[in-house]
Structure formats: structure tokens, C-alpha cells
Design a protein around this ligand. Structure first.
Ligand code: NAP
Length: 448
């Protein structure tokens, strides 16, 4: 038997485990996760109102319930109190790191740290009930929000800000976030791109959804869109961008409806400073940009300020270095060759990567399938050499002896039950447990 540890139980980790057991009948996989809950960004990143994508949890679950796969939650790899990558190498023939991109990119402009300015990652963690999320509610007092960036995460957070509580109540949104959204006074959300509409990163389905939100209208300025040569003549654009332009063109032609809430999509505005109002963010200062011939932008020296009591910086995720593993700081990834970790130009025996830590924070959930498959193919090619090293028949006793207390699948099922009970007690369906004490308490009710 080849014993493999997969670190991370998001889509890339689960697809890696699945591919391993599918391709080799003599593999056993432990899927480790820092949290007692599986599914990574499907649980803690996909917006709660995207129920169809959330339902992917069912597919991931059926993988984690397979006989040769075991979920071990609450196991931190690296750092104080965790298990080190070196120790994992002693306990398993191979380790595949599927740890994603755990932090956000910085804007690098003055005022970024003002109260009221948050990364989209922080905001998403809060409404997704991540146990490490910052408390605070984010929206109290804000009437106008600016979302910086025009990727799918920017669309998610914009949409969440524009939703009314009755649309969110049927989701698994934690109760405190539901209350905060119910009390939100935000009526104006500006989603702002530094380049033009033909270079925006959002996908058409997600973009179009903004136009179907109740009591909300999308406002775009024809003159601003037309700064983009790809808007005036989209014939040379790839099909996805052409479809985005069609959606924007329809919105530009629509007369104002005077809806309760407005989403303003803005382009060719580069953030240069977040401005303070009595110690909190009060506005964002942008420089007007213009397209250059190479798909980039140039500044014009003309500026515009947009009022905002809430700023969400949605400019992409970033991988973080893992103790003991090489790291490419520029890309936020672990250097690899077809999934094999590279150290000083050579392949590290028995260490692999898949998902965002391998290729950077791009692509949809399904992209992780082919990414995992490539890594697993490399690993299984290496198997004869990996098997020469002796490892314990079962790593769990050794992990326990090291002072770790993994939460098994039963613990996770107990958390699920507690979330269903909480939902029922609040007259809602499932409601997520938002903090470590409640997750630990629920997991501890599982039979030992
Ligand atoms: P993203 O797609 O890379 O978009 C990042 C946005 O931030 C871009 O508009 C980028 O503009 C902008 N940006 C970067 N640096 C900036 C700066 N210094 N100033 C101003 N703007 C800046 O990242 P994401 O939205 O975080 O999404 C990550 C991945 O998750 C993507 O693959 C996405 O499709 C996926 N995702 C999918 C869904 C879904 O399918 N529903 C939902 C959420 C996320 P430039 O292009 O000019 O750099």
C-alpha cells in the first residue's frame, strides 16, 4: 500500500484524493485540513446564494466517504502546534500540498488600512462563517460601498451587498451576518476596474446575475465603456469577452428605473488613495486611465473621488509560504514540475502540489480536476521509488502521540448535525457555526 497525505480538503485536495484511489487500487489517502470542516473554498469561499455551486459539496462528500480515503480535520501543517512537513514525510510515502491561496493581494496605496477598508477575502470569510474571520459586521453605517477589482470575487461581494435579507435567509449564512445584512443601509455599490470592460476578469454568467437582483439596477456609462476599443468593435475579442460586452451594452441602453439599490460598474479608474473621514474611510481617489496598445493602461493625471464608507479590495488571492517548502514569492506558488515540488532546481522526493498553490489563484472549481490529475500521474509514476521507504501502516497513532487531536469524519458529521439543529431553532435551514468554540463543541459530540 502506498500511503499518501493530501494537505487541504478543498476541491483540489479532494480531486487529488479521488484521482489517487481511482488510478491505483493500492493507495490509501489521508486528507488533512487545518479546519475541522472539509471542502475548503466551496464551504468558505463560494457565496452562500450560489446554491448550485455550493451543492458541489455533495460530490466532494462522496469522495471523502470512500473506503480508502480518510478525512483528518483540525490538523495544522507547519507552524506552532502543527505537524511539520518533515514529520509528514516520515509518516507517509508522499505528501500532496493542496493548500490554495490563503491570503489576498495588497493594493499598495495610502489609506488601504483605514477602518472600513477590508480585503474581499476578509469580507467573504465573515459571511462564510470562517472561524478565523474578523468580527465586526462590516456594513453598519455604510451607505455607499466601493469594490475595487472586476473579477468574480468582486461580483460575489457586490451581489451580496445588494441582496436584501429575505433573499439571504434561506442560505447557510451565519446568523450574525444575516442580521448585519438585514440592517445594512448600503444602497449604492461601485465596482471599479482599472482597465476596460473587455479586460474584466468576471465571467458572463456572474456578470449577468447582477442585472437580475430584485430592487437593484445596474448602471454603466456608455462614454466610459466606449474608451475601450474592444467595446466599440468587439469582433476581434474572444467569445467570453464579447458576451460580457453584449451584457454591458444592454445595460448602457436601458433607461434608469429608480430602483432601491444601484450597482455602478466603472472602468478605467486606478485606485491611488483611500481618503479618511474622521479616521475612517470616506472615499476612494482614482486616477482616470486610458488603454494603451498592449492591453495595459496609462495614467492621465486626472482624478476622481468616489464616496464610500465601506471599501472592499477584491484584487485577487495570494498563496502563502509553507514552512519547509520552497516558495516563489512573485507568483505566490510552490515551484514544481508537473506537480513535483522543485527545490533548488531539483525534484523533491515525495512532495507534490496541486490547485492554486501550484498554478496560482485562477480558474473555476472544475479546473482543479485536470490539475490534480497531472500531479497524481507524476506521483504514481514515482510510486516504485517512493515505496522503498518504510512508513507506518497507519499515521494516526503517531499524529496523536505528537499531541494532535484530529477531527475525523464522525466529528464533521456532528458539526453538520449541529448546523442543521441551529438552523431549525432559528426557523431557517442549515446555519453555519461561525467560531472555533462552537465547531469544537459540536465535533466533540461525535462518538469517539
Ligand atoms: P481575479 O479574477 O484575478 O480578478 C482580480 C481583479 O483585481 C482584476 O480585475 C484585476 O485587474 C484587479 N486588480 C489586481 N490588482 C489591482 C490593483 N492593484 N488595482 C486595481 N485592480 C487590481 O481574482 P478574483 O476575483 O479574486 O478570482 C479568483 C479566481 O476565483 C478566478 O479564477 C475567479 O474566476 C474564481 N472565482 C470564480 C467564481 C465563480 O465561478 N462564480 C466566484 C469567485 C471566484 P487587472 O485585470 O487589471 O489585473
Amino acid at each position: 500500500m502506498l500511503h499518501v497525505a493530501v494537505v487541504g480538503s478543498g476541491p483540489s485536495g479532494v480531486y487529488t484524493a479521488q484521482s489517487l484511489v481511482q488510478q491505483d487500487p493500492l493507495v490509501r489517502v489521508d486528507v488533512l485540513d487545518r479546519l475541522p470542516c472539509p471542502y475548503g473554498l466551496v464551504r468558505y469561499g463560494v457565496a452562500p446564494d450560489h446554491e448550485k455551486i455550493k451543492s458541489l459539496q455533495g460530490n466532494l462528500r462522496s469522495v471523502l466517504e470512500q473506503e480508502r480515503i480518510r478525512f483528518l480535520g483540525g490538523v495544522q501543517v507547519g507552524g506552532a502546534g502543527g505537524v511539520s512537513p518533515a514529520r509528514l514525510r516520515e509518516l507517509y510515502h508522499a505528501v500532496v500540498y493542496c493548500v490554495g491561496a490563503a491570503t489576498d493581494r495588497q493594493l499598495g496605496v495610502p489609506g488601504e488600512e483605514l477602518p472600513g477598508s477590508w480585503s474581499a477575502t476578509e469580507f467573504v470569510a465573515w459571511y462564510s462563517a470562517h472561524p478565523d474571520a474578523l468580527p465586526g459586521g462590516f456594513v453598519p453605517g455604510a451607505r455607499t460601498a466601493v469594490v475595487i477589482g472586476v473579477g468574480n470575487v468582486a461580483v460575489d461581494v457586490t451581489r451580496m451587498l445588494a441582496r436584501a435579507a429575505p433573499q439571504l435567509s434561506p442560505t447557510d449564512l451565519p446568523q450574525a451576518a444575516l442580521t448585519a445584512f438585514a440592517e445594512s443601509k448600503v444602497t449604492e455599490v461601485h465596482m471599479v476596474g482599472r482597465r476596460g470592460p473587455s479586460q474584466a476578469r468576471f465571467t458572463t454568467k456572474e456578470l449577468r446575475e447582477l442585472g437580475s437582483l430584485p430592487d437593484t439596477e445596474v448602471v454603466v456609462e456608455e462614454a466610459e465603456l466606449a474608451l475601450d476599443p474592444g467595446y466599440a468593435d468587439p469582433s476581434g475579442l474572444p467569445a467570453p469577452q464579447r458576451r460580457n460586452i453584449e451584457v454591458l451594452r444592454d445595460w448602457a441602453a436601458a433607461p434608469p428605473r429608480g430602483a432601491l439599490r444601484r450597482i455602478r460598474l466603472r472602468f478605467f479608474l486606478r485606485p491611488v488613495e483611500l481618503l479618511s473621514d474622521a479616521g475612517r474611510v470616506g472615499a476612494v481617489r482614482f486616477e482616470r486611465t486610458l488603454p494603451d496598445a498592449a492591453g495595459g493602461i496609462t495614467g492621465t493625471g486626472r482624478y476622481e473621488e468616489i464616496e464610500a464608507q465601506l471599501v472592499l479590495r477584491s484584487v485577487g488571492y495570494r498563496g502563502v509560504p509553507l514552512e519547509g517548502l520552497p516558495f516563489d514569492g512573485a507568483g505566490g506558488t510552490v515551484p514544481h514540475e508537473a506537480g513535483r515540488v522543485l527545490r533548488e532546481g531539483g525534484v523533491c522526493q515525495g512532495e507534490y502540489v496541486a490547485g492554486w498553490i501550484k498554478r496560482g489563484p485562477t480558474g473555476v472549481i472544475g479546473t482543479n480536476r485536470s490539475c490534480a490529475k497531472e500531479t497524481v500521474t507524476s506521483l504514481l509514476q514515482d510510486a516504485p521509488r517512493l515505496l522503498r521507504r518504510e512508513v507506518p501502516e497507519d499515521a494516526l497513532p503517531a499524529l496523536r502521540a505528537d499531541g494532535l487531536a484530529p477531527v475525523g469524519w464522525d466529528g464533521w458529521l456532528a458539526i453538520e448535525r449541529a448546523e442543521a439543529e441551529l438552523g431549525a431553532s432559528l426557523g431557517r435551514s442549515v446555519v453555519k457555526l461561525p467560531d472555533w468554540p462552537s465547531l469544537r463543541a459540536a465535533a466533540s459530540t461525535a462518538a469517539p
